[in-house]
Design a protein. Structure first.
Length: 380
């Protein structure tokens, strides 16, 4: 038997944020990241809507781009002191990811982070609170998924936490929020959507429910990401990208991902490379590798009427000012010496990432090391 799980309720389209006023409860904690959601008035708007519903609210802010175990513990302690019956995450995937694990430790404060790392190890939630996710980026789809990625700062490893219990109860997908994203974030998060959709489509667990969602998301990204990147206030492109993110999320949350995410998690943990940027760089190299083991990319190429999806992705990356290699990125400085020093460890960690399990074929540590080298130096 196969199970397909998504949030019980999805509100989408313009002005969908207003549905917060329809919640029933007494207390809510809003979890958010940096200052952008405050700057553009979305936190104030959310609190006003909650007030209309008769719900008192407080804010936990400052979730970092790669949310840490320490931040998660701090947030859960705030929840335990306030005792909310709603947890509302507003912001990028990092804020939503962090809030999910805060929720776990709020409901089960006796657990340690190590207790929930193994897939399926998280106990049931919703004894104390329910969860609303409101994404500000069209990227991670954390508002839809059973995934959260948390960084262990001491060991420089990003851990994907997987549990059906952390699928939000309500997702609110309002295009007004991502319309405030800077262009480079639009590019990086949008290519994260592309990676989600492509990996879900070729996953060895893919099925008749996930494939149509993934395929539609791929087309929406190809058709809309450049417009959203160049014209951030184009609400039609923003709506299509936001919907693509959610569709891809529904697919990969149920069939998992593959090597793109395995490798991105680890190089992100080692060097702080933004997740979407890492995915975008890795996409063409891993697709070329995966084509040895699956014919499903040919289905995508036929659907899109293209001859080589990896070449189309290289062209798209160039339009979005995304470099072809990790060596060429500017957001962090990775020297050749630093890369080589961690390559073996990083490759082994990527091999052991849960996402590797659903990648086509039987990738080895040597294969992963070779892909890392190609994506750093450029394919030979």
């Amino acid at each position: 038997m196969t199970t397909f799980k998504i949030p019980e309720t999805i509100h989408f389209g313009e002005n969908s944020l207003a549905t917060l006023a329809n919640l029933s409860g007494k207390k809510a904690i809003i979890v958010t990241g940096g200052s952008s959601m405050k700057k553009f008035g979305f936190i104030t708007q959310a609190q006003q809507l909650l007030n209309e519903a008769g719900i008192d609210s407080i804010v936990f802010d400052g979730v970092e781009p790669n949310p840490s175990v320490q931040t998660v513990i701090k947030g859960s302690q705030m929840m335990c002191a306030f005792n909310p019956d709603w947890i509302i995450a507003i912001g990028g995937g990092s804020a939503i990811d962090a809030a999910k694990i805060m929720w776990c430790f709020y409901e089960h404060p006796h657990l340690s982070f190590e207790d929930i790392v193994p897939v399926g190890s998280m106990p049931e939630l919703r004894h104390k609170a329910k969860f609303v996710a409101i994404p500000s980026t069209s990227g991670t789809a954390s508002e839809i998924t059973a995934f959260s990625v948390i960084t262990d700062l001491e060991n420089h490893i990003k851990y994907p936490i997987v549990s059906s219990h952390i699928v939000p109860d309500i997702a609110i997908i309002d295009p007004a929020l991502p319309s405030t994203m800077p262009a480079y974030i639009t590019a990086n998060t949008g290519m994260d959507v592309m990676a989600h959709a492509l990996e879900a489509f070729v996953s060895i667990a893919a099925n008749d429910y996930s494939d149509p969602l993934a395929m539609r998301a791929i087309k929406l990204v190809f058709d809309n990401i450049e417009t959203a990147y160049l014209h951030g206030d184009n609400l039609n492109a923003r709506t299509n990208m936001h919907n693509a993110s959610a569709l891809a999320g529904m697919a990969f949350s149920n069939v998992s991902l593959g090597l793109i995410h395995s490798l991105a998690h680890k190089i992100g943990g080692e060097f702080g490379v933004t997740h979407g940027l890492a995915n975008a760089i890795l996409l063409p190299y891993i697709i070329s590798y995966n084509k040895q083991s699956t014919d499903k990319y040919a289905e995508i190429e036929q659907y899109l009427n293209i001859t080589s999806i990896e070449n189309e992705l290289r062209t798209l990356n160039a339009k979005l000012n995304i470099p072809l290699t990790f060596k060429a990125i500017t957001e962090v400085d990775i020297s050749e010496e630093q890369f080589i020093a961690v390559l073996d460890r990083m490759s082994e960690n990527a091999f052991n990432d849960p996402c590797t399990l659903t990648n086509p074929g039987s990738p080895t540590i040597a294969d992963i090391k070779n892909i890392y080298q190609q994506s750093f130096f450029g394919a030979k």
